[in-house]
Design a protein around this ligand. Structure first.
Ligand code: ATP
Ligand code: MG
Length: 433
């Protein structure tokens, strides 16, 4: 099977076997072309009807689009061919025939709506510009992992079936666990925190998070991929430094490894966001939003930033920025308050001009304060004993954050809908494929 040559590697003057999908058949009369597509690109196969074996011509030109074929022949240079070479076939084998009726057109000539595309992702990802998104996504994850390693992190994996939620009681997916109620985890938050107190100290995880979001929106999934970081002896400013480094590394990785994909996606000047993302306090942020005059109602202290507010602020700032020093009441119990002002938390968000990418902060590592925080948030500390207990056995100060992988890809490539950044998205309607 693996004696084949990728289309992009076929060199003129050699005999080669290429294998892939029939992208298109172009019949010009006496001469006809089969355009074969594989993961590396496309290559032209030439049929000269009068000069070639009749069966060979019939097989090669009679095959339905998107069938899988294997072509063996001589590779010759041909200026007019898209890749500068073409295959003159000795044999054509139809390996897997495709139905003549396709649910969507992988050549992209006929548009398909998102729902049809998601139902037929296999065919959808035969399109160069769709495949490119997932090559970019893979490059993002690779770059992020490499950067975490540079930062001295150990990669961990934590449970996705859990006994309790962490981000409040709502938004949880219940599951039955041997007759007991359990939930799909909303975040690795508590587990990664437990690891900064272990011998590992600095950890990261790339894994799924599950949220039963109330509404379908273009930026929420019910199963998302979270890129999580947590480090002992870090405060919130160290965590923001690490966050900026990792986000920029993702862009750098894409710039380095995905030039072709970026071209396919129409990017002429893909650029890495400049360093030193501005850090606006929450107070400054709401003042700036209110000053834009874009909102129907002025924001007051303690209000969350609505989607409209995020847009107005994003437009005013015009680049990635952090919002810091949130009111304690809007941040979860595990976020530490400022020592000199308990009304203010060390929580921060990293914003892309269009939406939130990251939430993070320094964590409350003092046992008594932590228990108080649980109670203030209406959670029973007893249910989290596995977590709180470890804070009695030497838990260092620590900080970290969670970054939505799909939101990162979505904003990087300017995709209109987060579902474009997931192969098989889960939303309120979509449970298969
Ligand atoms: P939002 O307010 O935008 O719904 P959030 O504040 O509820 O997000 P966090 O709990 O702070 O989300 O999660 C950290 C990060 O994980 C978010 O900044 C986002 O990038 C990502 N994320 C969270 N929920 C989702 C989701 N439902 N779909 C996709 N990404 C998500
Ligand atoms: Mg958040």
């Amino acid at each position: 099977m693996d004696d084949r040559t990728y289309a992009a590697d076929a060199e003129s003057g050699t005999d080669a076997t290429v294998a892939g999908w029939v992208n298109e058949i172009r019949d010009l009369g006496g001469i006809a072309f089969l355009i074969l597509r594989d993961a590396s690109g496309k290559i032209q196969v030439k049929f000269e009807k009068d000069e070639m074996d009749e069966n060979l011509v019939e097989t090669g030109l009679g095959v339905h689009r998107e069938s899988v074929v294997r072509v063996t022949g001589r590779v010759e240079s041909e200026e007019r061919a898209p890749t500068g070479v073409e295959v003159v076939p000795d044999s054509v084998e139809v390996v897997a025939e495709a139905d003549p009726e396709l649910p969507l057109d992988p050549s992209g000539k006929v548009d398909a709506d998102l729902s049809t595309r998601l139902d037929n992702r296999t065919l959808d990802l035969r399109k160069g510009e769709v495949k490119a998104v997932f090559e970019v996504r893979a490059a993002v994850l690779r770059a992020v992992r490499e950067q975490f390693r540079e930062l001295g992190c150990t990669e961990i994996n934590t449970p996705k079936i859990v006994a309790t939620g962490t981000e409040g009681g709502t938004e949880l997916f219940p599951v039955t666990y041997f007759g007991r109620e359990a939930f799909m985890n909303q975040s690795p938050q508590l587990f990664k925190q437990l690891m900064v107190g272990s011998g590992l100290e600095r950890v990261f995880e790339v894994g799924p998070i599950f949220r039963a979001e109330e509404h379908n929106t273009p930026r929420h999934l019910n199963e998302a991929t979270s890129i999580d970081f947590e480090s002992a002896f870090y405060d919130h400013t160290d965590a923001m430094d690490a966050c900026e480094t990792v986000v920029r590394a993702a862009y750098e990785g894409v710039a380095e490894h995905c030039q072709e994909e970026l071209e396919t996606l129409g990017y002429e000047d893909f650029s890495v966001p400049e360093a030193d993302f501005p850090r606006l306090s929450y107070e400054e942020a709401i003042e700036r939003v209110n000053a834009t005059g874009e909102l129907d109602e002025q924001l007051g202290w303690g209000d969350d930033l609505s989607t409209e507010a995020e847009h107005a602020l994003g437009e005013a700032v015009g680049r990635h920025y952090f919002v810091t020093d949130w009111p304690s009441e809007v941040k979860p119990f595990y976020i530490k308050d400022h020592d000199d002002d308990p009304e203010l938390s060390t929580g921060f968000d990293l914003m892309h001009p269009s939406l939130e990418l990251v939430s993070g902060g320094q964590r409350e590592h003092r046992y008594e304060h932590l228990i108080e925080g649980f109670e203030q948030q209406g959670l029973e500390p007893e249910a989290f004993e596995y977590y709180t207990k470890m804070f009695r056995y030497g838990m260092p100060p620590h900080a970290g954050w969670g970054l939505g992988a799909e939101r990162l890809v979505m904003t990087m490539l300017d995709l209109g809908n987060i579902r474009e950044a997931v192969i098989f998205p889960r939303d309120r309607q979509r449970l298969s494929p």
